[in-house]
Design a protein around this ligand. Structure first.
Ligand code: NAD
Length: 504
């Protein structure tokens, strides 16, 4: 393919240098608002990927022994540099991913909070001690890094999800190989530059690009001790399977797709609930794993539907860098076609289209991947639009006669990423939080993504692995425990003969 020299290429980041790939295979990066090619990203060659992992392996011996205070200082500088560069990072996200600039800043901010939390590593990595477990004997544990770790990221949060991965892995003393989404690599590259400027030594973070070959390389390389993945179910199952088979000591933390339900009780604060639903269904054009894509209206709350439709209709669909834009484009023409066909499937299977965003026109951006806010009512659980994760600005409406019916519907769904209930009744909220089988629950909070002192705890079909991202569980994921039992006897207590029986 012939490219104009003005199309920038994404570099690899190997051993502290931003280098041009020698590959002959390149992928285009598109601006989703126009579908213009705004960059190219390489499919890294086998030699380049090997150089990257070798660099991680070499850097590990000194990085893992670098004092924890020095590692902490680097991440303290890093959080400041991310803040200083938030506008620049947001511009790259909007260009490559399409979300609005304000939403892109939110994407960075939620990742920044994880970096800030990583700065507490001096407390987070403390071990345990128990003195005098027997005479003159003490036991204590160290939390130690595990080696070279790797992260495979999706397109929908170009800043937040990579920042869930390498800062926590590295602050624990591991070195890190990142593979950003090939559709939105630019933000990770600037994040890598800022980390280097913060003082991270060469080789502690390496970045490769590509698709399946890069993923297979990560799954198969024996030096890689832990893999973190966020993305679709299909890729997640594959990576979980392949990595487990090939690794000697591979840990997983896999977050996958979602279908999140919001339950609207008739006693909820109506104005608040409608605004929350609209924001959580259509923000980021519905391309959030925690988007509230399904609402269950219980009893008389179904009367609020006309207002929900009007409020949704009023959102402004536009390119993400345009002032006042509420809803940006979808990532690709294929994503737009898929979303539109799932809307059509609802129509054909007997649902009621209450708001149809398929014909939306955005002046000046006629080639963009836009779908306007869409609401499908009268949906039943056997319909395709309910069973599949739509990942677009589409809100599915179901109705239930009671809270019990709503809970049973949600618990029958295979996914368990997030859910929310809207109510003013504490007992209703308590019953819901105890009975619903979903990992992250909001009470009058539509997108309950936990802050980094907690962990991201999606469950059931939305999660595979041993521990969760960030928080205490993130530290657990990226460390191993060494337990030391030591005895210091006074000289006169020296053993007089070998102890051949098991000590009791
Ligand atoms: P994706 O699975 O297509 O891609 C994720 C990563 O996997 C990319 O780096 C990609 O190169 C790689 N990949 C893609 N297909 C692959 C395959 N067949 N084999 C091996 N590797 C493959 O996901 P996406 O479209 O970039 O992101 C959207 C998805 O991510 C949605 O399903 C969303 O729900 C999910 N997601 C989940 C969470 C969560 O925490 N549960 C968070 C964000 C996104």
């Amino acid at each position: 393919m012939c490219y104009s020299s003005s199309v920038p290429t994404t570099k690899l980041f190997i051993d502290g240098k931003f280098v041009e790939s020698s590959t002959s295979e390149w992928l285009d990066i598109h601006n989703p608002a126009t579908n213009e090619v705004v960059g190219r990203v390489p499919k890294a060659t086998q030699e380049e990927m090997l150089a990257a992992v070798d660099s991680c392996s070499r850097a590990y011996s000194s990085w893992s022994e670098t004092s924890i205070l020095s590692r902490q200082q680097i991440f303290l500088r890093y959080q400041q540099l991310i803040k200083d560069n938030i506008k620049e990072l947001a511009k790259i996200i909007t260009l490559e991913q399409g979300k609005t600039l304000a939403d892109a800043e939110g994407d960075i901010f939620r990742g920044l909070q994880v970096v800030e939390h990583a700065c507490s590593i001096t407390s987070l990595m403390l071990g345990e001690t128990l003195p005098s477990i027997t005479k003159d004997m003490d036991t204590y544990t160290y939390r130690l890094p595990i080696g070279v770790c790797a992260g495979i990221a999706p397109f929908n949060f170009p800043a937040m999800i990579p920042l869930w991965m390498f800062p926590i892995g590295m602050v624990c003393g591991n070195t890190y190989l990142m593979k950003p989404s090939e559709r939105v690599p630019g933000c990770t590259m600037l994040l890598a530059k800022l980390l280097q400027d913060s003082g991270a030594p060469d080789g502690t973070l390496n970045i490769i690009h590509g698709q399946h070959a890069a993923v297979n390389f990560i799954c198969d390389h024996p030096a890689i001790k832990a893999i973190s993945f966020v993305g679709s179910n299909q890729a997640g199952e594959y990576i979980y399977e392949r990595g487990s088979k090939n690794g000697n000591f591979v840990l997983y933390c896999v977050s996958q797709g979602a279908k999140n339900h919001g339950v609207v009780m008739p006693d909820a604060n109506k104005e608040n609930t409608i605004n929350q639903l609209v924001g959580a269904a259509f923000g980021a054009a519905g391309q959030r794993c925690m988007a509230l894509s399904t609402a269950i209206f219980v009893g008389e709350s179904r009367d609020w539907l006309p207002e929900l439709v009007e409020r949704s209709r009023s959102l402004r669909v536009n390119a993400g860098d345009q002032p006042g834009a509420d809803v940006g484009p979808l990532i690709s023409p294929a994503a737009k076609a898929r979303v539109e066909s799932l809307i059509q499937s609802g129509v054909e299977e007997g649902a009621q289209l209450l708001l149809d965003g398929r014909k939306v026109q955005v002046k000046g951006y006629e080639n963009g991947n836009f779908v306007g806010p869409t609401i499908i009512g009268n949906v039943s659980p056997n319909m395709t639009c309910y069973k599949e994760e739509i990942f677009g600005p589409v809100l599915i409406i179901l109705e239930a006669d009671s809270l019990d019916e709503a809970i049973s519907l949600i618990n029958s769904n295979p996914y368990g990423n997030g859910t929310a209930i809207f109510t003013t009744n504490g007992a209703t909220a308590r019953k819901y939080t105890h009975e619903v089988d979903v990992g992250q629950i909001g009470v009058n909070v539509p997108i309950p993504v936990p802050l980094p002192m907690f962990s991201f705890t999606g469950s059931r079909g939305s999660f595979r692995g041993d521990t969760n991202f960030y928080g205490k569980q993130g530290i657990q994921f990226y460390t191993q425990i060494k337990t030391v039992t030591s005895q210091w006897k006074a000289e006169d207590a020296t053993l007089k003969s070998p102890a051949v029986t098991m000590p009791t």
